[in-house]
Ligand binder design. Sequence first.
Ligand code: NDP
Length: 298
Amino acid sequence: MTTVAFLGLGAIGRPMAARLAAAPDISLAVWNRTAERARTFASETGARQAVTPADAARGADVVLTCFPVSADVDAVLDGDDGLLAGLARGALLVDCTSGDPATSRRIAARLAERGVGFLDAPVSGGTIGAEQGTLTVMVGGDAALLERARPVLETFGKKIVHCGAVGAGDALKAVNNALLAIHVWSTAEGLAALAKAGVSADVALDVINASSGRSNASMNLFPERVLTRAFPRTFRLALLDKDIGIAAGVAREQKVPAPVLQLTADLFRMAHNALGEEADHVEAVKVVEEWAGVRIGQ
Ligand code: NDP
């Protein structure tokens, strides 16, 4: 039996934790900042509700965190109730936050002083992928630690990839999400122009999705979320804004000229400011529509 703790029952964390709770060989404790969410989760799944991060970590072989940003992970380490107070020597912290490499490296160094291992392990595949256990997990850190964590990660991950040293998973995840953002924004610009030129979005997507301009945005997000005007809230625009900022920062740090990444970071920062904290990432399309004075789809 592996003892696991999961902290951060948000949009993606909750279904990931549900997969862990359902695994027969895992004993799970959960903690969430808003305790009510953890209480509901515990009563639905049989997991133990921990009262503090320290309580969650006590006795755990593997502790997983899934917060908005790396600074949130850093912040739960300290204090009498913090993770460090509960993590035993030899335990492992696996951070599934889409974090920033520099903070992850700092956290790893602090944990190493206490004999605790650290992996950055952000995920992709969305909330449905989490429910179905088909996430991709991008792991940075010691390869031997990943092998220890692998059975735990396999409860929600299908493709688990060792990307390099601590921070490598974060960097790759940020670049992936920057590409997602570029596809969403550029597809919206193209479809808005075509709509004004008299080509409907249905026809445009039918052709693009059989041609070389297709992407996950054109194949899935636009048909399912934009043309239907459903815009379900699965991944907050605020979080995608954060990810592109990290990607642009990685490029700057590596002295790689990246004008497209920087422009996309600026556009999504603006969309985030315009649409607020709770808007979904695909709603950025609404900013393009407003500028163009046209609606894509119905
Ligand atoms: P949500 O905003 O839905 O949930 C955030 C979670 O973190 C909540 O449990 C929240 O607690 C908790 N939290 C927020 N701030 C703090 C804090 N300062 N201290 C402790 N806990 C805190 O985010 P998601 O679940 O969507 O995303 C989590 C991470 O996963 C992000 O880094 C995101 O980029 C990434 N991600 C998300 C995907 C998605 O499809 N949603 C896909 C892939 C990656 P509370 O309940 O109290 O608000």
